[in-house]
Design a protein. Structure first.
Length: 378
């Protein structure tokens, strides 16, 4: 029996959602058209009356719609006889691993026993990305069922977001206002474009050979290296400075102590930056080691036209000086790491180059487009 018994009639199912203006043209559906790429494939879990398929008509996209309600599948087959619509269960997808570029969970998690199995299944099946769209905002408490709202679930933000972050994948969040607001997230197993940066480049840095092997595997790779000038020989700097796939930016001077830039005076900043600039290989980019930097150093950096990769909490001080910024930890299209392995029980912090490759798996593939940090500033 159709589990959605409150839509008894086939015509009701065909018209459902369209009557709310949820067809072509809503903010979240227009946004989805930019996420799903031509030449790719889409598994629409919880396809309902087929609005997503209708929006994608004329696009070069291999599509399959699944729904737990046989009545919706019947309605879609009648509305779109050329489409591929099947009965399916979001809690256990009958699809191979990495078989669909995009897996869409639109207005699905509100109607499942829990959000974790559908998200885990979607990630298993997705090759590039999982798109989640919800029509109820995240709340304070977890897993509250509201019987008078069509048996929809409310989920608490803390537990829900902790679960999304537990996959240690790039994640973006989107909010769509209007009469029927939506909230969306994208989990990226492979980025469409990526800014890749590594901290702590110096003469004795480990894993440098891994970086060259990584470039052999991904010829389109670009990487911004935050180098420690006082610990780099001119020979090694010149070696990387001559590579068109490497961008060198300044990372303090000696990186000892870890918060050295917090104590820099104006004279210190001028002296160290001038010495780095004479190498002729650095872009005007700077990341303070330990995410700590003095006001005097910021003034000199701003006067010399540097962009900066600061701590998120320093955004006001940086904005006051009109500097271009790059926030690695708050840009879903970026991968930030270190040359040396990071010892931590938190998987999100284990971002040494070897760890990124062997433990976490880098979230890109042969289709990923790369940019330097200098090309991705805000």
């Amino acid at each position: 029996m159709d589990p959605y018994t409150y839509w008894q009639d086939l015509e009701d199912k065909k018209n459902y959602i369209r009557g709310y203006g949820e067809g072509v043209g809503t903010l979240s559906r227009d946004w989805l058209l930019t996420v799903v790429k031509d030449g790719e494939s889409l598994l629409d879990v919880g396809c309902g009356p087929g609005c997503t398929y209708e929006n994608l008509l004329g696009r070069d996209i291999r599509y399959r719609g699944l729904d737990f309600a046989p009545g919706f599948v019947d309605a879609c087959r009648e509305l779109f006889p050329d489409g591929d619509f099947r009965v399916g269960n979001a809690m256990s997808l009958d699809e191979p691993d990495d078989s669909w570029d995009t897996v869409l969970l639109r207005h699905v998690l509100e109607h499942t026993p829990h959000y974790r199995p559908p998200i885990a299944e979607a990630l298993r099946v997705a090759k590039r990305r999982v798109v989640i769209v919800m029509w109820r905002p995240l709340g304070v408490e977890d897993d509250i069922r509201i019987p008078d709202r069509g048996e929809s679930n409310d989920y608490g933000a803390s537990d829900f977001m902790a679960y999304l972050h537990s996959f240690v994948l790039p994640l973006s969040a989107h909010e769509f206002s209007g009469d029927r607001p939506n909230w969306a997230w994208v989990l990226y197993k492979a980025l469409d474009e990526c800014v890749f940066d590594l901290d702590d480049y110096h003469d004795d840095a480990p894993n440098i050979a891994r970086l060259f092997k990584l470039h052999e595997r991904y010829p389109a790779l670009k990487v911004t290296l935050f180098a420690i000038p006082g610990r780099c020989s001119g020979e090694l700097l010149a070696r990387f400075g001559d590579l068109d796939w490497v961008e060198l930016a300044v990372h303090g001077w000696q990186h000892e102590p870890n918060t050295e830039c917090k104590d820099w005076t104006e004279k210190d900043a001028i002296r160290y930056l001038t010495r780095a600039e004479t190498e002729g290989v650095f872009v005007r980019g700077f990341r303070p080691p330990g995410w700590a930097v003095s006001d005097a150093a910021l003034d000199v950096l701003a006067e010399r036209g540097y962009w900066i990769a600061p701590h998120w909490n320093d955004r006001r001080r940086v904005a006051e000086r009109g500097m271009a910024v790059f926030y690695a930890h708050h840009n879903h299209q970026s991968v930030h790491g270190h040359f040396e392995d990071i010892h931590s029980n938190n998987p999100a912090l284990r971002n040494g180059l070897r760890q990124l490759i062997e433990e976490r798996g880098l979230p890109w593939d042969d289709a990923t487009r790369f940019r330097f940090v200098s090309e991705a500033l805000t």
